[in-house]
Write a protein that binds this ligand. Structure first.
Ligand SMILES: Nc1nc2c(ncn2[C@@H]2O[C@H](COP(=O)(O)OP(=O)(O)O)[C@@H](O)[C@H]2O)c(=O)[nH]1
Ligand SMILES: [Mg+2]
Length: 315
């Protein structure tokens, strides 16, 4: 990748951002990641998660608008596990975020997970780093908070917001899905509907245990995203959380932990590739498998032998 491309990326050029994300999305391009890494670390990552239809996209839209008013640059990634480019949910997101997308200080990207079972979390994290290097002050990641992928993504978010709606059983569902554990801020959206106060009481009760364990008291906010109600309070609360993480050095600790995880992941990948290559090159396994099948040889001994051979051979 050229120095000109890097320059354009760092100036926040949208086409260049798109190209970079496509590259990391397609082949987990190490060269790209290596080149952008020195320019990352400046963005603050906000995760928004919750059940489908809770109003996450509507809330992201409203949130971004408040941040733009504060002259912040905002990158948005919507991870949609069901629809690629024609599906309803994504289309809905598109339409809703459309006017926003025209703003010069906003970049919006959808990551469709269909057809890319593995690696979605990693690709999303890499895309966040591209946005980070592109000079975004804030990134907002929308996910449907259910699976491991979403929980993985939540790990790299500095502030994770869980969005629920006042419908019966929602708080229980959220607890089952482990959502309350990852929430730094809880939002009861659609508070124009009945049941919001009841859910508030339930959630307060559910969070009581957690509150004693941490210096951060987990706020529960009521919003009506559709009318932008409660959204500026949400932004203030995010800023408070950011301040808490910074002054308590939690942010630094969290980020060091993530970097450590990433390095370990990379080492594992490299070693795995190396092993794959060696195992497929040595004819050992093919010749021996028949003997193992007939119980003449023991797979545990064989594995030990081959592993020792691989470790002894330096490339
Ligand atoms: N009544 C009400 N409807 C809302 C509110 N926020 C969003 N919606 C509607 O809920 C539906 C789902 O919203 P969306 O943002 O796509 O939800 P997502 O699936 O969580 O991203 C849309 O029809 C929105 O217009 C709200 O605060 N009150
Ligand atoms: Mg959505």
């Amino acid at each position: 990748m050229t120095r000109e491309a890097m320059k354009r990326l760092r100036s926040g050029d949208k086409r260049t951002i798109a190209q970079f994300i496509t590259r990391v999305e397609n082949d987990q391009d190490h060269a790209v990641m290596e080149a952008i890494f020195p320019f990352t670390g400046g963005a603050y990552h906000i995760g928004i998660t919750g059940p489908p239809g809770a109003g996450k996209s509507t809330l992201v839209n409203a949130l971004a608008k408040v941040l733009l008013e504060k002259k912040k640059k905002v990158g948005i990634i919507a991870v949609d596990p069901t629809s690629p480019f024609s599906g309803g949910a994504l289309l809905g997101d598109r339409v809703r975020m459309n006017d926003l997308a025209l703003h010069k200080d906003v970049y919006i990207r959808s990551m469709a997970s269909r057809g890319s079972l593995g690696g979605l979390a990693l690709k999303t994290k890499d895309a966040l780093m591209v946005l980070d290097a592109a000079g975004m002050d804030y990134t907002i990641i929308e996910t449907i908070g259910v699976g491991q992928v979403e929980l993985d993504i939540a790990q790299v978010c500095d502030t994770t917001i869980v969005v629920l709606v006042p419908e019966s059983g929602d708080s229980i569902q959220a607890m089952k899905a482990g959502l309350l554990e990852i929430a730094d801020i809880l939002v009861i959206n659609k508070s124009d509907r009945p049941g919001s106060d009841r859910l508030l009481t339930e959630l307060k009760f559910a969070l009581e245990m957690r509150e004693q364990e941490s210096g951060w008291h987990y706020p529960i906010l009521q919003t009506v995203a559709l009318e932008h109600r409660g959204v500026s309070t949400l932004v203030t609360t995010i800023e408070e959380h950011e301040k808490y993480l910074t002054t308590s050095k939690r942010l630094e600790q969290m980020r060091k932990l993530q970097l450590m995880r990433r390095i370990k992941e990379l080492i594992e990948h490299r070693i795995r590739d190396h092993v794959e290559r060696l195992v497929s090159h040595t004819g050992d396994l093919n010749t021996v498998i028949d003997l193992v099948y007939r119980r003449k040889k023991n797979p545990f001994r064989i594995a030990d032998l081959i592993a020792r051979k691989i470790l002894a051979s330096r490339r």
